[in-house]
Structures are given as structure tokens and as C-alpha cells.
Write a protein that binds this ligand. Structure first.
Ligand code: SAH
Length: 235
């Protein structure tokens, strides 16, 4: 597989075709908006962001990228969807938050800018690519020794099928139908193994839990559905 092959074009199309609704806080991507403060809170437990160069892999319309920039990082978001890069740029112009965006793959950026970033984030993206281990290796290449790499994804256990697909897509309609495919979910052990193979050390992992009664997300011990993990590239 070459650097540019690690992509499912239908995934890029699926997300790109919804680009103009990305920033609607009550729209299809409400879940990403809702979990964003939690992701930033988790990231800041492990990484200083002020003045740091951070790259956000598979940034979509830039929800996390803008959050990183707001927290003082010099943030770059990359994605393979032209529409989403345009929406991210446009939103930055509207809000005046100065993040940068580029349509490029993680693997190609890693060839060009090895060890150029203080930290790397890659959220809700690994489950949408043919070869997640290749993205994980690219993230490990992009980060400087001593820097942190953050991933979030969905766990491949039946409970995640029930909650992330059956409940979230079909019953509660929190996420557009067809967003996720259970087969592509990644067990924490698999994420950790790929990260270890890429030279990264696990520093922390926590669940992103949803309470259907008060409709709130929170960080917690349950990593059976959605989870977020912090890895360090040892100095
Ligand atoms: N990380 C963002 C968006 C998650 S949605 C957030 O959590 O807020 C998944 C994103 O991954 C989409 O924007 C999609 O275009 C992108 N994506 C899928 N495959 C990709 C690939 N191979 N390279 C880069 N981005 C990809």
C-alpha cells in the first residue's frame, strides 16, 4: 500500500457531502460538538498546548482543530475531503480563530514533516480507513520525541454495536445512519499494539460515556463504546 492508498473514497465522500452542516451544533455532527470539550480536557491533562505545534489528523470541518487553536496551539488540520477543508477554512475566517488546514494524507505529511509537531491528535478517524496501523505509524513519525499522540475511536465489542450503531444511528438518531460499520471498530488492545509497534507508549485511556437520560457525555471508566487514549513518543 502506498502513502496515498490508505483511504476509502466512499468515506471521504460520505463526510464531505455533509460539510456545510458540520458546524451546526444541533445537526448531524452534534455528537462531535458535544464531546469536543471533553476531548480537549483529556488532551490538556497530558499536553501543554500554548504555543505548541499540533497537527489534527482527519480534522473534518475543524471542530477539534479550532479548539486546539483556541487553547493557544499553532494548529494544523489535515483531511482528504476538499469540501471539509474548505468548510474548516471558512469557519476559521468567520470566527477569527487562526488554525490552518491542508488536504493531504497523514502518511504524505509524515514523509514531509517528520518530528515537526509537538503533539498529534487523531479523533474518530481510525475506524474509517483501510489500514489504521499505517495512520498510527504516521502519527508517531509526525510527533517530536517527548510529544504526545491522542487517538479516539470505537471499541469492537457487542455493546458498542448496540450503543454506537443501533441506539445512536437508528433509535436516537444522534448520528447519521451508515456513519459507522462495526467491523471497523478497534479494540483498545489493538490500538495499543499498533501504537507500541510504532514506538509509542500508552500514558492514559478513558471512556467517553453517554447518558441517554440527561443526554450528556462525560469522561469515565467505561471504554466499551467510545474511548480516547494518550500515547507518548519517548524522548
Ligand atoms: N476528527 C474530526 C472528524 C471525525 S469524522 C472530529 O472528531 O471532530 C472522520 C473524518 O476522517 C472525516 O472528516 C473524513 O473525511 C476523515 N478521513 C477519513 N479517511 C481519511 C484519510 N484516509 N485521511 C484523512 N482523513 C480521512
Amino acid at each position: 500500500m502506498t502513502a496515498t492508498d490508505n483511504v476509502h473514497p466512499h468515506e471521504i465522500h460520505k463526510f464531505g457531502s455533509q460539510a456545510e452542516r458540520w458546524w451546526d451544533p444541533n445537526g448531524e455532527f452534534k455528537t462531535l460538538h458535544d464531546v469536543n470539550p471533553l476531548r480537549l480536557h483529556f488532551i490538556r491533562q497530558f499536553a501543554e498546548l500554548q504555543g505548541k505545534r499540533v497537527v489534527d489528523i482527519g480534522c473534518g470541518g475543524g471542530i477539534l482543530t479550532e479548539g486546539l487553536a483556541k487553547a493557544g496551539a499553532e494548529a494544523l488540520g489535515i483531511d482528504l475531503s476538499e469540501e471539509l477543508i474548505d468548510i474548516a477554512d471558512l469557519h476559521g475566517l468567520e470566527t477569527g480563530i487562526s488554525a490552518h488546514y491542508q488536504k493531504i494524507s497523514a502518511e504524505t505529511l509524515a514523509e514531509q514533516q517528520a518530528a515537526a509537531f509537538d503533539h498529534v491528535t487523531c479523533m474518530e478517524m481510525l475506524e474509517h480507513v483501510p489500514d489504521p496501523a499505517s495512520i498510527i505509524r504516521a502519527c508517531a513519525t509526525l510527533v517530536k520525541p517527548g510529544g504526545m499522540v491522542f487517538f479516539s475511536t470505537l471499541n469492537r465489542v457487542p455493546k458498542a454495536y448496540l450503543l454506537a450503531i443501533l441506539a445512536a444511528e437508528h433509535l436516537l438518531k444522534m448520528v447519521p445512519k451508515g456513519t459507522h460499520d462495526y467491523k471497523t471498530f478497534i479494540k483498545p488492545s489493538e490500538l495499543c499494539q499498533s501504537a507500541r509497534n510504532a514506538g509509542l507508549e500508552l500514558k492514559g485511556m478513558t471512556g467517553i460515556e453517554y447518558n441517554p437520560f440527561n443526554k450528556q457525555f462525560s469522561l469515565g471508566r467505561d471504554i466499551d463504546v467510545n474511548y480516547i487514549a494518550a500515547f507518548e513518543r519517548p524522548a
